[in-house]
Design a protein around this ligand. Structure first.
Ligand SMILES: Cc1ncc(COP(=O)(O)O)c(C=O)c1O
Length: 422
């Protein structure tokens, strides 16, 4: 009944204290790891913790090489440079992702070209790659978003057709699978974030993986001041090109190792909670739970629902429907929010076409002048932006008892929609 809704003063469906909002879960093994790292003589990237993290991630991911970085963004920039992107080159990517998926291209004086999303995976729509290719296109950056792989087979085929390098942005999708293959194993190079929110978290940090020796060597130069890194980890102390300082520390690596030991168990909890929630929410008209298509394994970094008023025969603006339903759910104790509410090409950076002054890199001499981000045709991205919301805290230690309370909150809000919509 409308009077019992928490936004109108009723008792919330999810009682206070039921949901544990802290992530990552910290236990004795994390504390022990960080203290252990303090006892090594080096706390830099020379710490044995960093070497161990790299070996353990290679084994877990099934990769030949890995570099541990101080962010996923650093790993993305290294990946762009490592596949040979040069000034004025174009890189095709998705109109919806984290900013770094696109800005890593600008970091190397190259130009992102955006295409619309696929409505199921919310990564780039592979059917649109061909039309976006120009004589400057050198690569595709495919983000695997929310914990779900992009539709990789047609992406790989398009890259082969046009001779493009393929960078997988796996920052949100550690361990997600496509036709049995882990994301990050299907392109030339892959990047992962270890930022606090991620399924594998070390506070901040990142990982780059590749099976390609040349890509690894180029990435390693960017990682550390443009220097060549010898196989035994020693340095030649000479800059061979542009390099940055993208190394991580022993403390972060030790923290990441302790979390990695628990990642598979944590992923199972995300999946168990998400699949339970999806089966219940699928019964509520107006709510579309996230897809986990046949042949995909979702790891549910984000649990993204779509609110669809037209399923209820309501002729209301999707954004305003989402805002009102979200406010009611938040009051009921289910945290619901968006991460980005804007398409990447609509951001001021792209609309102004000025990355670091004087209009560069768009005004730089190697760039194709006709690149424009005005009024791009992105119907699926815009529909997604109007409809989606992330339901928070499906992580451990929250379990099915919390999910049952979430379902109760959704049922309550959708049973009183007249009152919610006012
Ligand atoms: C898809 C995607 N790419 C890249 C990044 C950048 O990772 P970081 O925050 O570690 O730099 C993120 C981080 O949230 C992300 O979600």
């Amino acid at each position: 009944m409308s009077e019992s809704l928490a936004i109108h003063g009723g008792t919330p469906a999810v009682a206070e204290g039921v949901v544990d909002t802290r992530w990552p879960v910290i236990d004795g093994s994390d504390r022990e790891a960080v203290v252990r790292a303090l006892d090594w003589p080096s706390h830099t990237a020379n710490s044995p913790e960093v070497k161990q993290l790299v070996e353990e991630w290679c084994a877990w991911q099934g990769a030949k090489h890995c570099l541990a970085t101080n962010s996923g963004t650093a790993a993305l920039h290294m990946a762009v440079a490592a596949v040979g992107i040069e000034p004025g080159d174009e890189v095709i990517t998705s109109a919806f992702s984290w900013t770094s998926t696109a800005t890593c291209v600008l970091h190397h004086n190259a130009i992102p070209v955006f295409i619309d999303v696929d409505p199921v995976t919310i990564s780039l729509d592979p059917k649109l790659i061909d039309a976006a290719v120009s004589d400057r296109t050198k690569a595709v950056i495919v983000p695997h978003l929310h914990g779900l792989s992009a539709d990789m087979q047609p992406v790989i085929e398009a890259c082969e057709r046009h001779g493009l390098r393929l960078i997988e942005d796996c920052c949100q999708s550690h361990g997600a699978k496509y036709r049995g293959a882990k994301v990050g194993s299907m392109g030339d190079v892959a990047t992962f974030s270890l930022n606090q929110n991620k399924n594998l978290s070390a506070g901040e940090g990142g990982l780059l993986t590749t099976d390609d020796d040349e890509v690894y060597e180029k990435a390693a130069r960017l990682w550390q001041f443009g220097e060549i890194r010898k196989p035994d980890g020693t340095r030649d102390m000479n800059a061979h090109g542009m390099g940055w300082m993208y190394r991580t520390s022993g403390l972060s690596a030790a923290f990441a190792r302790a979390q990695l030991a628990k990642l598979d168990r944590y992923t199972e909890i995300f999946q168990e909670n998400a699949r339970y929630l999806s089966s219940a929410l699928a019964e509520i008209p107006g709510v579309e739970p996230p897809a986990e298509p046949e042949g995909y394994e979702h790891v549910y970094y984000n649990y993204a629902v779509r609110f669809q008023p037209e399923q209820l025969g309501l002729d209301v603006d999707a954004r305003s429907f989402r805002e009102k339903v979200s406010a009611a759910l938040n009051a009921e104790g289910v945290q619901v929010a968006q991460w980005w509410n804007i398409a990447l090409p609509d951001m001021v950076l792209f609309q102004n076409k000025d990355g670091y002054g004087k209009g560069c890199p768009w005004a730089c001499p190697h760039t194709r002048p006709e690149i424009s981000y005005e009024n791009l045709d992105l119907p699926e991205t815009r529909r997604w932006l109007a409809e989606y919301a992330l339901v928070r805290h499906l992580h451990a230690p929250n379990d099915l008892s919390v999910m049952k309370a979430y379902v109760g909150a959704f049922e309550k809000v959708f049973a009183s929609l007249d009152s919610v919509l006012g």
